[in-house]
Design a protein around this ligand. Structure first.
Ligand code: HDE
Length: 708
């Protein structure tokens, strides 16, 4: 007899979903509830609502005979499965998202009539998706790459999408070049590698021939492109937009998201090791932080300025390769965003969310930035391809939370059932049919635009080097050193000498020390490369210290993830003191032990472990502590995973706390000593360790043996 299994009990998740109407499981168009086996348990059905008697076996003709075509239940299940994947995003395919809210902190009605910015404390629901750009949906979280930072505000006047990045400028000035840029950075088309990496010939070939990309290259080669956590990145709207108030007056605006935790990065070696140790590192971190109630927060800031200010700046505010230093136009905080709920379903929400920079609400307007203008077309177009229908706005994650009515009808996957005869306007047959409102509706600013039709690049966009120089010179020495290393690494992967040399020819125009440093890494003798000829000679703009991410550090341990590596027999009192101190400082502490079952302390108690040493290398944590006993640490003194734990913590510039046994391991690992390597002897030394760990990376260690 063929085996038959009974229907397994529903999972907790299914129970939760089945519990209420509108859950997506168990309710149909008319709102009738589903067939249920008993309280809280739904019956398994086909998509047509037919209850399944057997979900284990297909329909056979005879005991060992063929499967029958008649098996409509098998065919429905397999067909649905075959169609599960939709085209992934051509860029930003790999993403992680969360729900939350935006809270207005300032009455902005002087600037904008947008209602969600009109009253302090007013809350608006948001859904925010972070992404890498170049890799596919299954690629790792920590490549050197720009991070997407897209926020959908479900305002009471319609959806407003702020589709930004964690870098405030872009590679190109005109949408016409976007497909070329993306083709160059993605896997090379003949060989389909490298995945999720810009360190290859086609990308740098394109860059070397497009000097407008150099300012963005400075940012992409900076630590911003290897973030420690998605909770620790800033966001930027990039383009100049417009704010419009109720009187119809407009001003320019640039959007800034500022991470409350400050901007924190990994080192390059750390990013590479994390990619192997936990490819989902950022996704997991975001998810787990929200599950723990440690909600990430960002402030939203506006740089607001008028045409006269724009005219005084030594660059064009319509050029998306330029920042406006906040020393020139200050950033005013208008609200904050808190992400406090993980998605219920990755596909339905994170994958199907459709952002479009063209989704504006009254109170905003576009500028003539030619990159932005191209985006206004591209995103709607891509959603049609990706989601397959102009009805993608009906998906729950995309639907406005305010009422919406119009006379658009039909098309694939129409989920609504509009009633009545009237689907046109003007009409007289149905007085309740929706009407326009010149007062409340979106009005484009009545700006006059004239000029001959031409394919052109404005003269005011011609300076490609001054802001690249401004950025490099605004960095602290360690940040500059990391940029030189990154350029050396990336260009070291480029096989074509002429491409490497062309990039260096541009770097020579940006900064001499930068170019010399990179040339040294590439083995190019000083003076061997002639500087490029600029369209416009670079100027020395005053540095902007605010651009350095070091300036954003909070010094707090809040939100950081620390490891307590504990060997057998560690002093129970010390473990307790250190753990409590770290947790009091609001760090997340993971106990790592030899075995996942935990570790026995000096008083015989079992300390449960959160991770086993073999799967928890130190690269996964922001700072580390090692505690043990003489006997307990002995096996680790020759154990590669334990030795690498400390060698990497040292190499990755982390604060390291050690008791006596930990110091033995440190000696065996051959790590040095400095102010961020703290012997944990008493409460004062624990306080010193907390301070060192709160600082993030200990850059003064760079250049010591065992570091990069
Ligand atoms: Fe995008 N971009 N982009 N982009 N972009 C997409 O839309 C495009 C640009 C950004 O989490 C695509 O839905 C063009 C700048 C983010 O779903 C596509 C140009 C900035 C996301 C597209 C740009 C961005 C995208 C692919 C130059 C920062 C992910 C999938 C004219 C301000 C949104 C999709 C999410 C996604 C086109 C340049 C940010 C193809 C044509 C500049 C955060 O429509």
């Amino acid at each position: 007899m063929a085996s038959r299994k009974s229907v397994p009990p529903a999972t907790n998740r299914q129970r939760k979903l089945a519990a209420g109407p509108g859950s997506g499981l168990g309710t149909g168009q008319g709102g009738e509830t589903h067939q249920v086996a008993g309280p809280g348990q739904a019956l398994l059905t086909s998509n047509q609502g037919v209850v399944l008697a057997d979900n284990q076996n297909s329909l056979h003709g005879g005991d060992r005979g063929p499967t029958l075509l008649e098996d409509f239940l098998l065919r429905e299940k397999i067909t649905h499965f075959d169609h599960e994947r939709i085209p992934e995003r051509i860029v930003h395919a790999r993403g992680s998202a969360a729900h939350g809210y935006f809270e207005c902190l300032r009455d902005c009605s002087d600037w904008t009539k947008a209602s969600f910015l009109s009253k302090p404390r007013k809350r608006t629901p948001v859904f925010t998706r972070f992404s890498t750009v170049a890799g596919g949906a299954g690629s790792v979280d920590t490549p050197r790459d720009v991070r997407g930072f897209a926020v959908k505000f479900y305002t009471d006047e319609g959806n407003f999408d702020l589709v930004g990045n964690n870098i405030p400028v872009f590679f190109i000035q005109d949408a016409m070049k976007f497909p070329d840029l993306v083709h160059s950075v993605k896997m090379e088309p003949d060989r389909a590698f490298p995945q999720a990496a810009s360190a290859h010939d086609t990308f740098w070939d394109f860059i070397s021939l497009m000097p407008e990309s150099l300012h963005m290259i400075m940012w992409a080669m900076s630590d911003r492109a290897i973030p420690r956590s998605l909770r620790m990145i800033d966001g930027f709207g990039v383009h100049t937009f417009r704010l419009v108030n109720a009187a119809g007056q407009w001003r320019f605006v640039k959007f800034h998201w500022r991470a409350a935790l400050g901007v924190e990065s990994t080192t390059w070696d750390e990013a590479v090791k994390i990619a192997g140790a936990d490819p989902d590192y950022h996704r997991r971190d975001l998810w787990e932080s929200i599950e723990r109630g440690d909600f990430p927060v960002w402030e939203l800031g506006f740089q607001v300025f008028d045409q006269a200010t724009a005219d005084r700046l030594p660059f064009d505010v319509l050029d998306p390769t330029k920042v406006i230093p906040e020393e020139l136009v200050p950033i005013e905080i208008v609200g904050r965003m808190v992400l406090d709920r993980n998605p219920d379903n990755f596909f339905a929400e994170t994958e199907q969310v459709a952002f479009c920079p063209s989704h504006l609400v009254p109170g905003f307007d576009f500028s003539n930035d030619p990159l932005l203008q191209g985006r206004l077309f591209s995103y709607l177009d891509t959603q049609l391809k990706r989601l397959g229908t102009p009805n993608f706005h009906q998906l729950p994650i995309n639907a406005p939370k305010c009422p919406f009515h119009n006379l658009q009808r039909d098309a694939q996957m129409q989920m609504m059932v509009p009633k009545g005869r009237v689907n046109y306007e003007p009409s007289s047959l149905d007085p309740s049919s929706p009407r326009e409102s010149p007062q409340r509706g979106f009005n484009s600013l009545a700006l006059s635009e004239t000029g001959p039709k031409a394919r052109l690049r404005p003269e005011s966009f011609a300076d490609h080097y001054s802001q690249a120089r401004l950025f490099f010179r605004s960095m602290t020495p360690p940040e500059q050193y990391h940029m030189i290393s990154a350029l050396g690494f990336e260009l070291g992967k480029v096989e074509t000498p002429a491409v490497r040399e062309r990039v260096v020819a541009h770097l020579l125009l940006i900064d001499d020390a930068l170019a010399r440093g990179v040339m040294d890494k590439l083995g190019l003798p000083p003076g061997s490369i002639t500087p490029a000829t600029p369209a416009r000679p670079p100027q020395n703009l005053p540095p902007s210290p605010a651009l350095s991410q070091v300036a954003s550090r909070s010094g707090s341990l809040k939100g950081r993830h620390l490891a307590l590596l504990v060997a057998e027999g560690a002093d129970a009192q010390t473990v307790e003191t250190v753990k409590t101190a770290l947790e009091k400082a609001r760090a997340r502490v993971s106990v790592i032990a030899d075995k996942i079952s935990g570790v026995t302390l000096s008083d015989g108690t079992l300390l449960p472990a959160d991770g086993a040493l073999a799967g928890s290398p130190s690269c996964l944590f922001g700072a580390v502590v090692v505690l043990g006993s003489e006997d307990g640490i002995a096996p680790w003194l020759t154990h590669p995973a334990a030795l690498d734990f400390l060698r990497d913590a040292w190499r990755h510039l982390k604060a390291i706390g050690l008791d006596d046994a930990g110091q033995q391991l440190a000696q065996a690992a051959g790590i040095g000593s400095d102010d961020a390597v703290v012997a944990l002897a008493d409460r004062r030394s624990v306080a010193r360790y907390l301070k060192a760990a709160g600082q993030g990376k200990f850059f003064a260690r760079e250049g010591q043996p065992g570091t990069d």
